[in-house]
Design a protein around this ligand. Structure first.
Ligand code: AMP
Ligand code: ZN
Length: 459
């Protein structure tokens, strides 16, 4: 089966050729653990997990790395401003590592709720890989790619003619030594910090000795060091959100390729954003939701996963509760199909199954997989046994846990209360309908109003 993936490096869909037959190594830029991850961030990891599921289905041995950034990511995303970890730790009167442990465990719990495979994945922390980072900087220094300023050791991007090749970034104007006043000592605007010195007037909480003085690594070098440590100097696939193309990933390429003299990554893949009201969902804009919001609203995280997979990873998405509601209904219908077929012995349907796999192998066309699945489920030409086999395959690829959802038995008492509430609502007696909702909740269920009536949800 040919796998075609869109490579940001070439700007084209390419046939995937593994570096080692039957094996694939993938690195995914992980979270900066200074705050709760938002549901937009999980688009990046559900995408990574879906990619992994395709390879596993096709019999590949997958090596996957998702880093944990617990130092060096500065507020401005460039080389100035406070370290996000230190700033947040101070505000919360915690140590940076307490914060990192807490948000890393939230991140891991959230991944599991979204059925992202975590067991075989390596989650390295930046602070546990300082020597590896220093080693790369030393190599770059030996080769003459670095220079020193009053606040750190910088990479001279003018020395790497390919700088900006990922996504064809137009850096022409930036090379002229323009100054925007932020850091006058940079030779080129695109230059970036490899190592930053600790400030002389205050004590940083996380800092390390180095050949250049006490300080901490730049955010970009962390990813290069951890990726190369676990996947080798050249590996198959690197992913992240599209925001990482212009700076972070071009910097990773520059420092890695100059240090090793080899191509760093064969295929770069980038997921589009999840927006809210047309603006990127982001921690800095404050327009985000977390998995805790899903818990509060009794949203099944896997219905969100289904919502995500209804668009290809490379298509922009906009989040609304209404569209999530529609996806939840469809997800629940799929679960109902799975439950109906629970006892049925599966029997392969090679036609539909190869359509499903071909859609996945065509640059993760998950909406195509979902459409094929629905067509098969609705078709009279497909037997129940075949439907079961197709559902099992789609479920493995999409990771929706369709067969693992609990069979919910709604007690008679709840059904009677829901009927009464329907009448109260028809009479516009909202005080009574609210009272009834509360009474329903004492039975461990709740109701959500929709256009056709009420959905009954188990708490
Ligand atoms: P961060 O913790 O901000 O470094 O982000 C972690 C991952 O989530 C990165 O791959 C980002 O590119 C990605 N990301 C951040 N915001 C969004 C968003 N609104 N939609 C999709 N991916 C995002
Ligand atoms: Zn990264």
């Amino acid at each position: 089966m040919e796998i075609r993936l869109h490579n940001t490096l070439s700007g084209k869909k390419e046939t995937f050729k593994p570096l080692q037959p039957g094996k694939v190594g993938m690195y995914h830029c992980g979270p900066t653990v200074y705050m709760y991850p938002h549901i937009g961030n999980f688009r990046a990891y559900v995408f990574a997990d879906t990619l992994k599921r395709l390879f596993v289905e096709l019999g590949f041995d997958v090596m996957q790395v998702i880093n944990i950034t617990d130092v060096g990511h500065l507020v401005s995303d460039s080389d100035d401003g406070e370290d996000k970890m230190e700033k947040s730790a101070k505000a919360l009167h915690k140590s940076a590592q307490e914060l990192a442990n807490f948000y890393t465990s939230v991140f891991m719990d959230n991944l599991r709720e979204l059925n992202v495979h975590t067991s075989g994945t390596i989650f390295p922390r930046a602070t546990a890989h300082i020597p590896e980072q220093i080693k790369i900087i030393e190599e770059l220094e030996r080769k003459g790619y670095t220079y020193k300023t009053s606040d750190g050791i910088y990479f001279d991007t003018a020395r790497f003619p390919d700088y900006g090749k990922l996504g064809n970034i137009n850096i022409g104007g930036l090379r002229e030594g323009e100054r925007i006043g932020v850091n006058d000592e940079k030779r080129n605007l695109t230059d970036f910090a490899l190592w930053k010195f600790s400030p002389t007037n205050e004590k940083r909480e996380q800092e390390w000795p180095s050949p250049w003085g006490v300080g901490f690594p730049g955010w970009h070098i962390e990813c290069s060091a951890m990726a190369m440590k676990y996947l080798g100097e050249t590996f198959d696939i690197h992913t992240g959100g599209i925001d990482h193309i212009p700076v972070h990933h071009n910097n990773e390429i520059a420092q890695s390729e100059c240090a090793t003299n080899h191509q760093f990554v064969h295929i770069w893949m980038h997921n589009e954003f999840m927006s809210v009201d047309g603006k990127k969902m982001s921690k800095s804009l404050g327009n985000f939701y977390t998995m805790a919001d899903f818990h509060a609203k009794h949203v099944n995280p896997l219905a969100y996963r289904y919502f995500l997979l209804n668009a290809r990873y490379s298509t922009p998405m906009n989040f609304t509760w209404e569209s999530l509601g529609a996806a939840t209904n469809a997800y629940e219908k799929l679960v109902a199909h799975a439950q109906k077929l629970d006892e049925v012995e599966p029997e392969g349907h090679s036609g539909v199954e190869s359509e499903v796999i071909s859609a996945m192998a065509d640059d993760l066309d998950t909406p195509g997989v979902i459409a094929t699945l629905w067509n098969a489920l609705k078709s009279d030409d497909v037997t129940d046994a075949q439907k079961k086999s197709i559902l099992l395959l789609a479920d493995r690829l999409l990771g929706l846990k369709l067969f693992a959802q609990k069979k919910i038995i709604i007690p008679e008492a709840v059904l009677i209360l829901v009927e009464k509430r329907k009448l109260a609502r028809a009479e516009k007696n909202y005080t009574e309908s609210d009272r009834l909702r509360k009474e329903i909740e004492t039975h461990g269920f709740t109701v959500k109003d929709n256009k056709e009536g009420q959905d009954i949800i188990q708490l």
